[in-house]
Write a protein that binds this ligand. Sequence first.
Ligand SMILES: Cc1cc2nc3c(=O)[nH]c(=O)nc-3n(C[C@H](O)[C@H](O)[C@H](O)COP(=O)(O)OP(=O)(O)OC[C@H]3O[C@@H](n4cnc5c(N)ncnc54)[C@H](O)[C@@H]3O)c2cc1C
Length: 478
Amino acid sequence: MTLTQVRPDQAPPASAVAPRRLVPRRHPRASSPLIRDGIGMATWLSLLVVVGLWVAGGGVQDLTGWGSGLTSIGRLTGLLSSDLLLIQVLLMARIPVVEQAYGQDELAGRHRLVGFTSFNLMVAHLVLISAGYAATAGINPFVQFWEMVVDYPGMLLATAGTGFLILVTVTSIRKARKRLRYESWHLLHLYAYLGVGLAIPHQLWTGQEFLASPVAAIYWWTLWIAAAGAVLVWRLGLPLYRTLRHDLRVSAVVRESPDIISVWMRGRDLDRLPVASGQFFTWRFLTGPGWTRGHPYSLSAAPTGDTLRITVKDLGDGSRALAEVPVGTRVAIEGPYGRLHAGARSRPKVTLMGSGIGITPLRAILEDLPQRPGDVTVIYRASTEHDLVLTRELEQLATQRGARLFHVVGPRVAGRDSWLPQQAVHLSDADALRQLVPDIADQDVYLCGADGWMASARTAALSCGVPSSRIHLERFTW
Ligand SMILES: Cc1cc2nc3c(=O)[nH]c(=O)nc-3n(C[C@H](O)[C@H](O)[C@H](O)COP(=O)(O)OP(=O)(O)OC[C@H]3O[C@@H](n4cnc5c(N)ncnc54)[C@H](O)[C@@H]3O)c2cc1C
């Protein structure tokens, strides 16, 4: 296997890392598992409250008749659907405590699950309510459905909202999503907010629970205001405030290799920006019409009092365009986000495992993670020597900080999921990791790279005895 440990006598000249003033920062703290449990319980509790309100509103008594029974179950599915819809909005509102508890990759997964469940319940609501009213009135369900849409208050808006939600859900089915450009899909996805805004108010005008019970009215109003408030504060207000407050501008664009560039940015009072190495922002470079497309990139150098840096691989039109961004361009930021930071550490010794462009956040962590010589091991996996980036910096930082740095270079192992290159096919994934880091079981492991590679590296770490709570990772795809 091509495992190169870079030794101090091979270290590059000091010029590879420009002298930079790192300011002491308070590292974000790792979120307690109790917070995750609390958020999960709150979700279930909210569903329980909704069922309770339905029961209190006579939902069970209505089950005795055919028509009233269908209508009653239809009401319940509608209420549960609305509840999950608002919970979704809360999940994706970038509320810091929620973001730190789950991380955006896991949140995106939960959002998907909650979203599809909510959608299915909404469809059940439409069918059951139409069938129930039709059975009671003794008319055709399709005629009944049409009458409801045109005659009942708020229903035209609700129909339009449902249309938007159908659009968002259909384009989120994996097959359809793969056919769309990420930006087009994301833009369509924003129509979900419009869908929620239009679909839910009919509950206010026609919903039995809502009209009959002050407790129900208080519950729903609180949930709606919380969801709308969270979006206004954390998705719009805070990013706008931080963008204006720190006034970031591109100060240099440096080509690191034919397909990789680094963008340096200068800004005001960046020591006040609560960001840590390993975290990422969604960046918008305000060069013109393309500013609406934000892209997530991790910091590739520890933040200083006045500079931030990202390192970007050309993987599509957005990342390619960055090479042409003029110096002086204003930059809007959303974040910082991400749980891959020093606060997640629970052991003195740490192994940083990165592959490809996934090395960027680990490079930043290596730079300012408090450490004694020998505490940190960096394992950097790439397909070819040519694919290694920021190598001179990494080598110099490893020397300065007393960290061990391994390059693990070579094509993938054929026929088996593995974090190793083909040359190491004779080793098991765990044995190879133990060879490089004999005391890995007593360390924290930070992972960043391609999804499949990270899954293999995580499995290897688990097999070596590292508990999952000590494996911290950032996915570059959601
Ligand atoms: C948390 C995180 C940190 C990242 N850090 C880095 C980094 O430090 N360096 C680096 O080179 N790359 C990083 N990426 C990947 C980078 O965001 C994508 O490569 C880039 O957005 C691609 O955009 P594009 O227009 O060039 O390509 P496109 O062809 O438009 O997109 C290619 C793929 O990138 C993903 N993508 C595009 N836009 C977004 C978006 N706004 N949000 C989430 N995913 C998106 C989608 O999976 C898409 O299919 C990171 C991604 C994430 C999620």
